[in-house]
Design a protein around this ligand. Structure first.
Ligand code: ACO
Length: 279
C-alpha cells in the first residue's frame, strides 16, 4: 500500500470499478456522522480520485443504514468547541473543502447515492454533488433546530440554492423529516428509486455520463455554477470565452468530431445520443 492509499480505508472506503469511483462513508455504527477522521480521509480520497485516470465518475454513498447523519455532535462539535479556536477553524475549513468547495467544482462528474439517513451537514455534500439519486425510503432532515443551532456551515446557503423558499423554511424551522420520494418531488434529488434498484440505477446514470466527453462535462458544470451569479450580459460574454477555451483545451476536439460524424458520416444524431468517442 502506498503512502497515499494509507490516507484512507478506515472511515472512508474507495474502490474503482469499471470507471466508477465508489466512495463510501464508513462509520455505520455512528450512522456515518462526519467526524475529523472522515474529513481527513475524504480530502485524501478526492485527491486520489482526481488523479486516477481509471476513475471517471465519483459516486458517494454511506455504509449501512445511513448516507450520513450529518456532522458528528461529539467529535466535530463538542470536542473541537472545547479545544483551541485555531484547531477548530482548521477542522471547519478542511470540512468545507471536501464537502462543498472541492465537490462543486470536482473535475469529474459526481453522484450522491442516498441510501438512508441524511441529516444536517450532509446536505452540504448532497447538494454539492452534480446529481443525486435516493432510495425511496431514505430519510432526510434539517434537524439543527431540534438541538438548538441554525443550519450553518454552508447548509442554509446550499438549501436555498436547490429548494423552494416554502420547502426550505418549512424544513429548517420544523426539523421534520421527509423521504426520498418527497426529496425527488422537491427536486432536492434527481429521482428516487426502490432501495433494491438504487445501485443499479446509479451505475446506469454513471455509465451515461461516461459516454460524454469528460473535458466538456467539466467545463459545462463549472460554467453552470459561475453563471448563476452573473448578469445575463456577463454570462453571455463568459460563456463565449468558456466555450472557446473548452474547444481550445479539449484534447478530443469533440465539437469537430461531433459535427463530422453527424454532417459527413451521418452516423449518429446529436439530439439523441453522444458522438462515438473512438471515432
Ligand atoms: N453525531 C454523533 N453521533 C451520532 C450522530 C451524529 N450526528 N448520529 C448518530 N450518532 C451515533 C449515536 O450517538 C449512536 O452512537 P452509540 O451507539 O455510541 O450510542 C449511533 O450513532 C447510532 O445512533 P442511533 O440514534 O442509535 O441510531 P438510529 O438508527 O436509531 O437513529 C438517527 C438514526 C435518526 C440518524 C439518529 O442517530 C439521529 O438522530 N442522529 C442525529 C442526526 C442529526 O441531527 N444530525 C445533524 C447534526 S447537525 C449538523 O450536521 C450540522
Amino acid at each position: 500500500m502506498t503512502e497515499a492509499q494509507a490516507a484512507w480505508g478506515r472511515e472512508v472506503l474507495l474502490s474503482v470499478e469499471d470507471g466508477i469511483a465508489w466512495v463510501t462513508l464508513n462509520r455505520p455504527d455512528k450512522r456515518n456522522a462526519i467526524n475529523p477522521g472522515i474529513v481527513r480521509e475524504m480530502n485524501a480520497v478526492l485527491d486520489a480520485v482526481e488523479e486516477d485516470d481509471a476513475a471517471r465518475v465519483l459516486v458517494l454513498t454511506g455504509a449501512g443504514s445511513a448516507f450520513s447523519a450529518g456532522q458528528d455532535l461529539k467529535e466535530y462539535f463538542r470536542e473541537p468547541d472545547q479545544g483551541p479556536p485555531l484547531a477548530r477553524e482548521r477542522l471547519l475549513s478542511a470540512n468545507a473543502a471536501w464537502q462543498w468547495r472541492r465537490m462543486r467544482f470536482f473535475p469529474k462528474p459526481t453522484i450522491a447515492m442516498v441510501n438512508g439517513w441524511c441529516f444536517g451537514g450532509a446536505f452540504q455534500v448532497l447538494i454539492a454533488c452534480d446529481l443525486a439519486i435516493a432510495a425511496e425510503d431514505a430519510r432526510f432532515g434539517l434537524s439543527e433546530i431540534n438541538w438548538g443551532i441554525i443550519p450553518a456551515g454552508i447548509v442554509t446557503r446550499a438549501v436555498a440554492d436547490v429548494m423552494s423558499q416554502r420547502d426550505a423554511l418549512y424544513y429548517i424551522m420544523t426539523g421534520e423529516t421527509f423521504d426520498g420520494r418527497e426529496a425527488a418531488a422537491m427536486r432536492l434529488v434527481n429521482r428516487a428509486v426502490p432501495a433494491d434498484r438504487l445501485r443499479a440505477e446509479t451505475e446506469a446514470l454513471a455509465r451515461r455520463l461516461m459516454e460524454k466527453n469528460p473535458h466538456v462535462l467539466r467545463a459545462a458544470k463549472t460554467a453552470y455554477h459561475h453563471v448563476r451569479q452573473m448578469s445575463w450580459e456577463q454570462a453571455f460574454d463568459y460563456l463565449l470565452a468558456k466555450s472557446d477555451q473548452t474547444k481550445y483545451r479539449d484534447p478530443e476536439r469533440g465539437d469537430q468530431e461531433g459535427m463530422r460524424q453527424f454532417l459527413d458520416e451521418k452516423s449518429y444524431r446529436p439530439g439523441l445520443q453522444a458522438y462515438r468517442r473512438d471515432g
